[in-house]
Unconditional design. Sequence first.
Length: 184
Amino acid sequence: MDDDGIIRLFWDRDERAIEVTAEKYGRYCGSIAGNILKSPEDREECLSDTYMRAWGSMPKDWPRALSAYLGRITRNLAFNRYKEARAQKRGGGEVSLVLEELSECVSGTVEGECDRRELARAVNSFVQGLPEGKRRVFVRRYWYADPVKDIARDNNMRPDAVSKTLERIREKLREYLTERGFEL
């Protein structure tokens, strides 16, 4: 079924919407949740929450790209679940590395919803301006929280080359944001 048909099912409050969505986008959303949440149980709960969140919010939003819409929901839910678990017990892992790496560019000093929206627009603009290969590496690391070794393998690069590329992109992002008045 195409995305418009799936969205129509949500709008019509047809319970098949969740089944069809899980069939079409379950692996995609599962991959996002799995990169952030290492527990298979947490991953599955996150997927269920994604479908329920889509069920509850679809009437308000008719997304242009259903995959991106569901991916964003999944990512946000997974990071929230990760933060909750991390608050209960300290641990390592890929997500803590990703967050630590990005903290060099985007700190918690940006306050308020308007500031966050402006920051998001600036980061999106920066990422859109990257060459395709660098953009792919950046998004895989900082959106999907993919391990450096997986990014390297899939892009025919050495892991140290991926790390260096990410380091350079973060430095350029920091400069880009500073030039636009963000205090980092």
